[in-house]
Write a protein that binds this ligand. Sequence first.
Ligand code: NAD
Length: 491
Amino acid sequence: MKLAHYIGGEFHVNEEEKYLEVINPATSDTIANVPMATLHTLDFAINAAEQAQKIWGQVPAPKRADYLLDIGYKLKEKKEHLARVLTEEMGKVIEEARGEIQEGIDMAFYMAGEGRRLLGETTPSELTDKFAMSVRTPVGVVGLITPWNFPIGVPLLKAFPAIVSGNAVIWKPASETPVIAYEMAKIFDEVGLPKGVVNIVFGSGNEIGTELVQNPHVNVISFTGSTSTGRKVAELGGYHLKKVSLELGGKNAVIVMDDADLDLAVEGIVWSAFGTAGQRCTACSRVIVHEAVADELEQKLVAEIEKLTIGNGLDEANKVGPVINTEALYKIHSYVELAQLDGATLLTGGQILEGDDYDLGCYYAPTLFKNVHPQSRLAQEEIFGPVIGLISVANLEEAVAVNNSVTYGLSSSIYTRDVNTVFRAQRDLDTGIVYVNAGTTGAEVHLPFGGTKGTGNGHRDSGARALELYTEVKSVYIDFSGKLQRAQIDR
Ligand code: NAD
């Protein structure tokens, strides 16, 4: 299947462009060929977006929201099909793929509601016969640059608030996962979203991503991806004085206290660490355990990890799918080798899976280490694979200090039955998301999503706060006194 860009409401082919193969990581089969846009194609898309936005920005927000409802219903109707496409292209097991499509459905319906709010403020004026308020206006053309690990969930968390706010969108998906974006283009087309409101351009990060960030006709950049790319986007966007939102990497921990329900904690850790083969920004990759329960937790974890079934995500029996490509396999394995050199003890896993069952796919064995030093690279750097390290601590203060000792700040979790511990932990854990008696993943669309420190630059996806990025706030003063009134002077 040859994919095409979606520009100005048309599927667009440029014969001069090169195509890349899209590979199913479970089988190594080629499932599609994706064009790599030229700058000329991107220019064409930016122009289509600019023209469309002039009209779209004038459409009443509740009417814009009606399109989101239609998109939400279409996603619901196609949920199973889309989930299968997602699993084939990205590898996550089908149950999780369904969950990701559901996230898009939830966001469509939630943001459709925002079409009847888009709240500003009304306030009293300090002067008589004067009215004061603030209103939201669209920013213009929004560039979305998104990763392969949540190839539909993340873009829709960004696109829906952008659309309902009256902007036009140019979305550059990751080159590993264009097929699900192409499916989304079909949905925008089927519901009759006005031409040019959403444009999808496939292309390289270095060329098309960079140009989106620096092009003067693109007013906002919403980026999700690695911290190293995010830094480049921030530098370039900053130079061009753009509004840039960055959602970057994580190094998330589960803390298990001595009064925790250990079986519950084990379930939460296994789900958070090995779901999506550890390739979630919120994946648990450190377990900070109270020394009094460390041995028991370790035994229970090993037993559960060794029960995990690994293989093609389309088989409902499998709990862990492949990682995205062979490059990722080798990167994960190099961290495992490094951890051993750093003195960590391998308890289970630690290898690239080969042999008949795994022949052509990119499978890594779910891996657990103990005796991990909190400052070692295994405990500090984002591995983005199915690897966790146990770190023993003596008390809550030490657990919080270890949790906060990384440069990232996305998600954290604590298992305890003590209400005082819960409240202290949620206050002191330096992450954008804190879970209590649940793992490090599982955000819902109506609360803000994002992190502190190296995980981003203070913006949030999801929730009503997402609208901050996609709207300008205009303060409006209406003087109906019929005379000159001077603020701060005529009091
Ligand atoms: P990546 O940084 O390699 O790529 C992300 C996107 O940026 C891709 O579309 C890529 O083509 C583009 N890109 C690459 N170079 C660019 C450049 N110079 N200018 C502009 N765009 C460029 O990340 P990835 O490997 O696709 O995704 C994995 C990373 O994403 C992990 O670090 C993960 O933690 C992070 N992530 C974060 C969140 C979050 O919300 N915090 C969510 C999902 C993933």
